[in-house]
Design a protein around this ligand. Structure first.
Ligand code: IPD
Ligand code: CA
Ligand code: CA
Length: 280
């Protein structure tokens, strides 16, 4: 727990809002245009000029207001500063693959950790004009209207969401088996393609639960604050304390938490035949 007052926390939330808006202007200005798309370390892990320009804008807003705070951003890494208890964690474009296809599930994600605790989160999808905010002890909103998680009480009545990391063709633990099982046990499992929006949709009660592996802190931090403030529950797969650096998250409306945990823990990886070659 940090010792910040609500006033201080809301001041940081307002700065996160300004930063996310600045990134959103970049996403909107390139939307539908021809992009310069490259691959990062892995096939399918894309980067565009939008990711980089949005990140520059977001960081410049934070630095203008809080020059001594630390920054961890997806495309430019970590800057160490004198005030390392304040760390801004930024994904300038979460859902790059969707964005490059013109599929409007992508967002700017800006979060703040204070002394290691997720404290502020803003997630902004400018294409659909949806902006979520959350601040420790101050609740969560979508376009300024307070939000709450759903009240769905069992898996059979639930709609879930998950995702598949870019290393899915390299590892056995690729989440395919969990996806199959939970598709069978629920009303459906969506694959949104933007972890931050997946968390926000659970926070808004549109979806009831989310799990995924292979994630980075910038995919998660802002959405974690928003979901917690909307009354949701976040943990490791086994229900133990959530670790932002583990890459794994189990996030639900609370009611479904132990049932979802039980399923994801009980599943062994599904082997995909290596004889099936990708046609490229
Ligand atoms: C990706 C998205 C996706 C998740 C991937 C992330 P990016 O982020 O959040 O939903 O499944 O693991 O890397 O690359 O679009 O910023
Ligand atoms: Ca991301
Ligand atoms: Ca990204």
């Amino acid at each position: 727990m940090n010792n910040l007052s609500s006033q201080q926390i809301l001041k940081f939330r307002d700065i996160a809002f300004l930063a996310a808006k600045a990134g959103g202007v970049v996403l909107q200005s390139y939307w539908g245009k021809q992009l310069n798309i490259r691959e990062k370390d892995r096939a399918g892990d894309l980067i565009t000029e939008v990711d980089q320009k949005a990140e520059t804008e977001i960081i410049s807003v934070i630095k203008r207001h809080l020059p001594n705070h630390g920054i961890l951003a997806e495309e430019s890494g970590k800057t160490d500063t004198s005030e390392n208890e304040y760390l801004w964690v930024i994904d300038p474009l979460d859902g790059t693959t969707n964005y490059t296809h013109g599929y409007p599930q992508a967002a700017v994600s800006v979060g703040l950790m204070v002394s290691g605790k997720p404290t502020v989160g803003v997630v902004y999808n400018p294409m659909l004009n949806e902006l979520w905010m959350g601040a420790q002890g101050c609740g969560a909103t979508l376009n300024d209207i307070p939000i709450q998680v759903s009240t769905t009480k069992n898996l059979a009545s639930s709609l879930l969401v998950t995702g598949f990391a870019y290393d899915r063709q390299e590892v056995e633990d690729n989440n395919y088996a969990e996806f199959c099982h939970l598709t069978h046990l629920t009303q459906g499992v969506r694959r949104g393609g933007s972890a931050s929006l997946d968390l926000c949709h659970v926070a808004t009660g549109r979806l009831d639960g989310y799990w995924e592996r292979g994630l980075k802190p910038w995919d998660l931090l802002a959405g974690v604050v928003i979901l917690q403030e909307a009354g949701g529950k976040i943990s490791a797969y086994d229900g133990n304390e959530f670790d932002l650096d583990s890459g794994r998250i189990l996030a639900t409306n609370g009611y479904l938490h132990s049932a979802l945990s039980e399923v994801v823990l009980s599943i062994s990886p599904l082997k995909i035949s290596t004889n099936v070659k990708l046609i490229v």
